[in-house]
Design a protein around this ligand. Structure first.
Ligand code: AMP
Ligand code: MG
Length: 388
């Protein structure tokens, strides 16, 4: 069986980076910048006052007296020069007048008519030099745009950015037993729940995700639903991926031209994971058991979507924690155990690890990784985990 790491690498190789599009900056939050942005100006664009006070030629001493010759506010420059014994009333964000090298903070002065007297020393010059934040020509490299990045790009006077296109994801649930939430299930039916988490996870990663109709366990039905996914960049199924008589995803996907794939990996839960290219899309066939499906979505779908949008390191970040209890040796598949990392930083796997327990996965905040063939572990041993 294929190791998890190899399956991840093979999956990413199946999907090229998406094309790009130009987008107004106010619509770019949470998306992947595809081309560097270049500053069109210095920030600040002039030496700016950092305080409310008085601009003077040089740092004064207590007792010095100055005559006020004008005023500079934010957006209102004072244009004349400043000479010896002269001061300009100045406010935060205003350009420092020519010839001024110091702003006396207002708290260190006493005003009398059109004069001020210095009462205390300032701790600094209170001037933000031109370009101290960034210089014209500075660049923002391709990355996932955080809110502050939009402020940075806006300050660079750049109104539009080139982003990776959002991946379009088609989500297909398979199974005769499934009905949508809110419908009236027969006694032998259950609710199709996997697709909700898959869609939400994909949307967290910037995808445009849509549900296709539930495919029943008949070849013609599954084929018809697959056909509705022809325009997708990623097709995800859940269920029908094992080798039972009613597991039709592999034969139907193959009959539609599935190529370059792999099927079955050394992962617990999630062994029947299937991947390849179908139509013009990356295809990911998730297991049906909810925890298997969602764990595979976390480990494979999330990195796939990040990779397609330009993330050079899309794999989940592993962290280290100390075990709060001993664990027996692991078997021939990597075991990703549902676990909680507590406030004390230790990690505890849940007692119940059945791959059908949605409530346990919901209560987990970590996947504790047991490598293939890992030996027994003691309480206090360091183990790897992925925060979820
Ligand atoms: P399968 O891989 O189709 O044999 O499904 C394995 C288990 O997962 C069965 O108990 C299915 O009923 C269940 N299952 C399959 N698809 C879903 C789904 N979309 N939501 C919740 N459970 C599912
Ligand atoms: Mg099924």
């Amino acid at each position: 069986m294929m190791p998890v790491e190899e399956a991840m690498a093979r999956l990413l190789a199946l999907a090229p980076e998406l094309s790009t599009e130009e987008v107004p900056l106010q619509q770019a939050a949470g998306r992947w910048l595809a081309e560097p942005v270049t500053a069109g100006r210095d920030q600040p664009p002039f030496d700016a006052s950092a305080m409310d006070g008085y601009a003077v030629a040089a740092a004064p001493a207590p007792g010095d007296r100055f005559r006020i010759i004008g005023e500079a506010g934010a957006g209102h420059a004072f244009t004349g020069p400043i000479g010896q014994g002269q001061a300009v009333r100045i406010f935060t964000g205003a350009p420092v007048p020519d010839g001024a090298k110091h702003v006396v903070i207002q708290e260190n002065t006493r005003a009398e008519g059109d004069h001020i007297t210095i009462t205390d020393r300032d701790s600094g010059a209170n001037i933000r030099p031109r370009g101290q934040d960034f210089r014209i020509g500075a660049q923002v490299a391709p990355r996932l745009l955080k809110p502050v990045d939009l402020a940075l790009i806006a300050a660079m006077n750049v109104p539009k950015v080139t982003l990776r296109r959002r991946p379009v994801l088609a989500v297909i649930s398979t199974g005769d037993e499934l009905v949508m939430p809110g419908e009236a299930p027969r006694p032998d039916q259950i609710i199709a729940s996997n697709s909700f988490a898959i869609k939400a996870l994909a949307e967290e990663e910037g995808a445009i995700a849509r549900f296709l109709p539930i495919a029943r366990d008949r070849e013609a039905d599954l084929r018809a639903v697959f056909e509705m996914a022809r325009d997708a960049d990623v097709i995800v199924t859940s269920g029908g991926a094992s080798v039972g008589d009613h597991d039709l995803v592999a034969p139907v996907a193959q009959s539609l031209g599935l190529t370059a794939g792999f099927w079955k990996i050394a992962l617990r839960p999630g062994k029947p994971l299937m991947a390849g290219r179908l139509f013009d899309a990356a295809f990911l066939g998730l297991p049906g058991n909810p925890v298997s499906a969602l764990l595979c979505a976390e480990l494979f779908l999330r990195p796939l979507l990040r990779h397609m949008q330009g993330d050079p390191a899309p794999q989940p970040r592993q962290r280290l924690a100390r075990l709060a209890q001993a664990l027996p040796a692991n078997g021939p598949r990597a075991h990703y155990m549902r676990a909680r990392v507590g406030d004390d930083g230790t990690i505890t796997p849940f007692d119940r690890q059945d791959s059908a327990l949605i409530s346990v996965l919901s209560a987990a905040n970590a996947l504790l990784i047991r490598p293939v063939g890992d030996h027994a572990r003691q309480s206090g041993d360091l183990v790897h985990y992925i925060p979820i």
